[in-house]
Write a protein that binds this ligand. Structure first.
Ligand code: PDD
Length: 287
């Protein structure tokens, strides 16, 4: 069945939606995006996603004519019109269409699009068995804190991981893991401390990362924000990734080496459960 997508104020069947060939997100990757999860028909942690959208837009000096409230109303309408109870809401803002020129256009008219993807996020079999990752050099640009649509390298890295028989790649710069192709990377030390890279321009400031940090604090689980190497990760007690689409997802193999007994770790499973309990309540309350 065809989806209803949102394009600049209009809800249209996906076949009828049109974007200019001169759109700058198409020609220059000059646009930003957000992905929020949908549970029970409600958007999870959407306020935080919208705040990050605002920050990404400000960093690229893209001025939009919509308020965050208007965007949120359109997001909810897109979810409702597509009857999605579980899945993802994708939102993209481009600087707009202009004749091809590297300089920004004088009077840009930003383009806002949204669509939903139905997906089983909660009962994801990958969470039961855990995922495997390979390490790859991080060849992305140096402003990974801005959620731009220039995702070619993450896409190449993800495909390389699949071609190597793994599920995803952890990107490495100067010997330290930055993050996954589309998620934040975590390890758990022998002492049960959660370790994840500190916020900087090197990584995306994950909304799920922030929620897990908060939940860890509530449950008196120690968190250390610092870089770690692949060698340290391979010796870790547990490892996992976080993102709006994966929530808390166990990592059980790094570069072919199983972690511990090769099964999802106990604390990781507990964190996923705690996160889902929280998200479940959030989903119900915003739907
Ligand atoms: N990706 N790091 C990168 C590079 C990401 O692309 C993402 C999200 C994250 C996790 O951020 P959050 O917890 O806010 O989802 C970290 C989304 C899901 C995507 O591109 O589909």
């Amino acid at each position: 069945m065809s989806r209803i997508v949102y394009v600049n104020g209009e809800f249209l069947p996906e076949e009828d939606a049109k974007i200019s060939v001169f759109d700058r997100s198409f020609l220059f990757a000059d646009g930003v995006y957000e992905v929020a999860s949908i549970l029970e028909g409600g958007l999870i942690d959407n306020e935080a996603h919208l705040r990050r959208l605002e920050r990404s837009l400000a960093e690229l000096k893209i001025e939009i004519p919509w308020t965050l409230e208007e965007i949120e109303a359109a997001q909810k309408e897109t979810v409702t019109r597509n009857n999605v109870t579980e899945g993802l809401l994708y939102l993209q803002v481009s600087r707009g269409a202009a004749d091809r020129d590297f300089a920004f256009p004088k009077d840009p008219k930003p383009v806002l699009v949204m669509f939903t993807q139905e997906k089983k996020l909660r009962d994801n079999p990958a969470a039961e068995r855990g995922i495997s990752v390979i390490s790859m050099e991080d060849l992305r640009w140096h402003r990974r804190d801005i959620k731009t649509v220039q995702l070619l390298y993450p896409s190449i890295a993800k495909q390389a991981a699949l071609d190597a028989g793994a599920d995803d790649a952890w990107l490495v710069e100067d010997d330290f893991v930055t993050e996954g192709t589309s998620n934040n990377a975590w390890i758990i030390s022998e002492e049960g401390v959660l370790i994840t890279r500190q916020l900087s321009h090197d990584i995306l400031h994950g909304i799920t990362r922030k929620a897990v940090m908060k939940l860890a604090e509530l449950h008196q689980i120690r968190v250390e924000e610092r870089p770690f190497t692949i060698e340290e990760a391979r010796m870790a007690r547990e490892a996992f990734i976080t993102s709006a689409s994966a929530f808390v997802m166990p990592v059980v193999k790094i570069d072919g080496f199983p972690l511990g007994d090769g099964a999802p770790g106990k604390l990781t499973r507990e964190l996923r459960r705690i996160y889902l309990d929280m998200a479940h309540e959030l989903g119900k309350s915003v739907s």
